[in-house]
Ligand binder design. Structure first.
Ligand code: PNS
Length: 172
């Protein structure tokens, strides 16, 4: 067994929920809402140094996540670049939160969690299973529907749907 520091039940849990959130979906929001009940503070943090050209600017993503999570008092929205484990240290977070939708997510998530644990054993990754009604939703598909002019409002929070309407000529 690898050596990890004791975490007593009184330890304050600060979790980072990292991702691209391009855009935030109902699946993400469900995970944020359920995750926020398990920890003292939940920081939803958007990766900025990605290779991918995002559909939504960082500021748009931060703003829509803030609007969608406004009722959750222990949720904060932030951004980061560089290694996730270094960011967890900067934010004094002891938990990484990730969601798993299907078996197909498992392999990448396992690899990421093991790599992060090897680099920083004291930070635990906690997985929540996506709610079944959202388990088919992905940001990649949402982006595709948006660029092809379809209606994504059933799959994303209202703040995102409003942003989509303002930015793209979209049905719905
Ligand atoms: O929403 P995504 O795109 O699935 O999120 C992926 C994310 C941001 C969690 C992952 O790419 C990440 O943590 N990137 C930061 C760089 C890093 O720490 N890489 C090593 C992790 S194995």
């Amino acid at each position: 067994m690898s050596e990890t520091p004791e975490v007593s039940r009184s330890t304050r849990l600060v979790a980072i929920y990292p991702g691209s959130f391009d855009p935030l979906t109902n699946g993400h929001l469900d995970l944020i809402s359920r995750g926020s009940r398990l920890v003292d503070q939940l920081i939803v943090s958007i990766l900025t140094n990605t290779q991918k050209q995002p559909l939504f600017e960082l500021q748009e993503r931060m703003q829509t996540i803030r609007e969608a999570t406004a009722r959750l008092s222990n949720v904060e929205v932030d951004s980061f670049d560089g290694l996730l484990v270094d960011y967890t240290s900067r934010r004094r977070a002891n938990v990484i939160l990730r969601g798993i939708r299907a078996i197909s997510d498992y392999e990448t998530e396992l690899q990421m969690a093991l790599m992060n644990r090897r680099m920083k054993p004291e930070t635990e990754t906690i997985f929540l299973m996506a709610a079944e009604e959202y388990s088919f939703i992905s940001s990649r598909m949402i982006r595709e529907i948006i660029t092809l002019g379809g209606d994504v409002s059933p799959f994303v929070p209202e703040a995102v749907a409003n942003r989509v309407r303002a930015k793209f000529s979209q049905k719905g």
